[in-house]
Every structure is written in structure tokens, then in C-alpha cells.
Design a protein around this ligand. Structure first.
Ligand code: GDP
Ligand code: MG
Length: 437
């Protein structure tokens, strides 16, 4: 989707003034790209209509950079489509807050129950996981394993109790043991059926959850949207957790589910690890879909691992474009602590995470890059434009690498810098067309 949209926008950007015909043509392409990405048809229709209406306005068509204005509008509308701002979980003033996770089999409920417990306990909550999936063999054990690895207690009852009894007893147990958060993991089915809905309704009516969160698999595209609609109609939901977004290359579910159900996406699952859960940021998702990369998420991820001061400094430098090889070196060293490199790079603008899959990113490359930068003089690190051919040769010799390796590193440094420059120009409101899709 990102690639298609970028091509369309590239064309649009090249034009000075655009005519209504240009705009219509571009929007037609955007429409096709969205439909191909499995975005709900009605959502696409309304989305395009809104953009057309706003774009044909005087300020846009008569501005110096109409193409960019249109792109900005697309991004804003896309953000709006996904809810505008992030949507938090509501906690009750009278604990415990009860979150009931529902969804089809395999959507990621059990995993997400753990992830959510982990995230919220870091925010000071004292969670209890309640195992109400009594049908799938080993489902209870699965939740216990998840709980154990996070150090979160799991409430189970194994002696032929109904899920309703287990849920009730779990909430009671939480009250007596000062747990202020109960996360109920329920059973799923392959398809929505009446039995499932009846059971979920019964649980709902016996424990009165604070929020019912629907867990849906982003990779199922429009099916995810249909499923969300049915759950919302039949059971009523308060929010959506979209899982497996790490494997979703099209973004169709993320783009349509909010518009179709009216319910916000609260969290997104970004991998199988129990730490791979993120708050859903509509604006960042729009940027990601539009191929600008998700630099803010990257910075957040970095922040978790850097000490905060360093990250803020780095962010400042990136934005003010005083980014030098010294910073690059520091960044490389920090990257080692940030988990799988492909995760981190996938969030950078212009890098297609699909393309990263086949590439071996190992520590050797990092070590080599470090060695090369270490062989530069202080002046060279601060002002890479000094590094001419003879200096490159010297640096290669000094670091035990080849001149090509040095060239490659300098090029990737320049690219990083350029990407940051683009980012800061988007944030300044697309001034003067410096930003290129
Ligand atoms: P449930 O049947 O709804 O309880 O689903 P599970 O929690 O058992 O998850 C089903 C599968 O999806 C497991 O293999 C999980 O590891 C995987 N899974 C869950 N969430 C994510 C995610 O965000 N990303 C990826 N890649 N896999 C996930
Ligand atoms: Mg499960």
C-alpha cells in the first residue's frame, strides 16, 4: 500500500499547480490502492469523498504546493479514519477494573492477555489473569506459562466449572487479594456462532466487565472487520486490539475497523514476544502506511533502552540535522541493546521491512561499522564532507576493512541524515517541497 501511494504522490508532487483533473486522477489511484489493500469499500468511498472536498478548496488549489497540501490532507484524513488520537483503557474508580478479552480462535487473546498484564503492571497496576477457555486443550496451561514468565498470577479452576463460574470466582478472588485489574481470557471459535456469543454474553452479564476488548488478527484483512462488526453488534465491545500487525503488509484492517465499528483500536500486537504490545497511535500508523516510517515509535523504543537524556539529545540532533558520525557511532552501540535489528530498522522511513526479512543483520556488521568510525579522526567524524578518497583509503586500512565498506557506511550515514531531514520538514508542515515521498 505504502509503495502504491508513494508513486501516486510522487506524480502529484512534481506538478506545480494541479488541475481538478490531476486531482481526480490521483485520487482514483489512491482509491484503487486502498481497495487493493483490502480496505472496506464504503470506508474508501467516504474517505476519498472527504479528501476530494477538502482538496478542491481554494486554499489548496491556489497554494504554491497543492500536491503537498493534498498529501497532508490524505494523512490527516487517514489519521482521523483511525480514530484521530490514541484511545486509552478506562479504569474504574472502584477497583478492580475488569477487562474481558474476546475474539476468534487464534486471534491472540491468550498472548494479549499476558502482554496487557505486563504493560499495565509496569504502569503500577496489580493484575490477575483469569483463565476462562476451558475447551481448548492446554489453553489454561498456556495462560499459566504466560503469567509465570511475567510474574503475574493466573486464576484457574480445573474441576469442570463453567467459564461463567470461573470468571465470577476470579473477580471475587481479585477483590479479596487486592488485585486492582482482572484480565479475563475467554475461549474462541473458528467462526462466530451462537454458542460462543451466548457464553460471552453470560460472562458479561455476570461480572460486568469495565471494558470488553475484541482481539482481532490484522492479517485477516476485511475478515477482521466483519468479525469486529458482528462482535460489536451481538455482544457490544469497547475497543479493539489488533494483533499480528507485524505481519500485516497491507494495513486494510487497521484502516477500516474503526470506521466500520465506531470502536477505537486501543493496542496493537507487534510480535510474538510478550513485550510486543504498543499503544495504537493513529497518526503514526498513517505515517507508516504513507511510507514515512515510524520514527517516533523508533525513538520511543530507543528510549526504553537508552537512558532518556541521551535519547532526547539524539532526537534533537536528528531534528536539527547536526547529526555527526560520533552520534552515529553512539547510536550503533545503543542499537545493540535494542533487540532484533530488523525490528528497529523496519521503523525507519523508506525502509521496507519486507525487504529486511532476507538480510542477515548481525553483530559483525555493527562491529565493522564501529571499527570504521573509530578509525576516523575527530574532525572527520564531525564533518564527514572532509572524507575524500585518500582519507577513505586510510580509514579502511586503519579499520581492517575495504574502501567499499567505508563507502557503504558513509552512504548509509548520509541516508540516515537525509531521512531525518525529511522528517523534520514534514513536521514543519511540508514547507517548500523539500520532503519527497
Ligand atoms: P487465542 O486463540 O486467541 O488465545 O490466540 P493465542 O494467544 O494462542 O495466539 C495464537 C498465535 O498467534 C500464537 O502463536 C501467538 O504467538 C501468535 N500471536 C499473538 N499475537 C501476535 C502478534 O502480535 N504478532 C505475531 N506475529 N504473532 C502473534
Ligand atoms: Mg487462547
Amino acid at each position: 500500500l505504502a509503495e502504491k501511494l508513494q508513486n501516486t504522490f510522487k506524480k502529484l508532487k512534481r506538478k506545480g499547480k494541479i488541475s481538478e483533473k490531476d486531482l481526480k486522477e490521483a485520487l482514483r489511484e489512491v482509491k484503487l490502492a486502498l481497495l487493493e489493500a483490502d480496505v472496506n469499500y464504503k470506508v474508501v468511498k467516504d474517505f476519498i469523498a472527504n479528501i476530494k472536498e477538502r482538496s478542491l478548496g481554494k486554499e489548496v488549489m491556489e497554494s504554491l504546493t497543492p500536491g503537498q497540501q493534498v498529501i497532508k490532507i490524505v494523512k490527516e484524513e487517514m489519521t482521523e479514519l483511525m480514530g484521530g488520537t490514541e484511545s486509552k483503557i478506562e479504569f474504574t474508580s472502584k477497583p478492580p477494573t475488569i477487562l474481558m478479552l474476546v475474539g476468534l480462535q487464534g486471534a491472540g487473546k491468550t498472548t494479549t492477555a499476558g502482554k496487557l498484564g505486563g504493560v499495565l503492571s509496569k504502569q503500577g497496576k496489580n493484575p490477575l489473569l483469569v483463565a476462562c477457555d476451558i475447551y481448548r486443550p492446554a489453553a489454561i496451561e498456556q495462560l499459566q506459562v504466560v503469567g509465570d514468565s511475567l510474574g503475574i498470577p493466573v486464576f484457574t479452576m480445573k474441576t469442570h466449572k463453567s467459564p461463567i463460574d470461573i470468571a465470577k470466582a476470579g473477580v471475587e478472588y481479585a477483590k479479596q487479594n487486592h488485585k486492582d485489574l482482572v484480565i479475563i481470557d475467554t475461549a474462541g471459535r473458528l467462526h462466530i456462532d451462537e454458542d460462543l456469543m451466548d457464553e460471552l454474553k453470560n460472562i458479561k452479564n455476570s461480572v460486568f466487565p469495565t471494558e470488553i476488548l475484541l482481539v482481532v488478527d490484522a492479517m485477516t484483512g476485511q475478515d477482521a472487520v466483519t468479525v469486529s462488526e458482528s462482535f460489536n453488534k451481538q455482544l457490544g465491545i469497547d475497543g479493539i486490539i489488533l494483533t499480528k500487525l507485524d505481519g500485516d503488509t497491507r494495513g486494510g484492517a487497521a484502516l477500516s475497523v474503526r470506521a466500520v465499528t465506531g470502536k477505537p483500536i486501543k493496542y496493537v500486537g507487534m510480535g510474538e514476544k510478550l513485550t510486543d504490545l504498543e499503544v495504537f497511535h493513529p497518526d503514526r500508523m498513517a505515517s507508516r502506511i504513507l511510507g514515512m516510517g515510524d520514527v517516533l515509535s523508533l525513538i520511543e523504543k530507543a528510549q526504553e533502552n537508552f537512558d532518556e537524556k541521551k535519547a532526547i539529545e539524539l532526537e534533537k540532533k536528528l531534528r536539527s540535522q547536526q547529526f555527526t558520525f560520533e552520534d552515529f557511532l553512539e547510536q550503533l552501540q545503543q542499537v545493540k541493546n535494542m533487540g532484533p535489528l530488523s525490528d528497529v530498522l523496519g521503523m525507519l522511513p523508506g525502509i521496507n521491512s519486507k525487504k529486511l526479512k532476507g538480510i542477515e543483520l548481525d553483530d559483525r556488521q555493527l562491529i565493522q561499522s564501529e571499527a570504521i568510525i573509530n578509525s576516523m579522526t575527530k574532525e572527520e567524524r564531525r564533518d564527514p564532507s572532509l572524507i575524500n578518497a585518500s582519507r577513505r583509503k586510510r580509514i579502511a586500512l586503519g579499520s581492517g576493512t575495504k574502501v567499499q565498506d567505508v563507502n557503504k557506511l558513509i552512504k548509509s550515514f548520509e541516508q540516515t541524515k537525509k531521512m531525518m531531514k525529511q522528517l523534520s520538514s514534514i513536521e514543519k508542515g511540508n514547507k517548500k517541497g523539500r520532503f519527497k515521498f
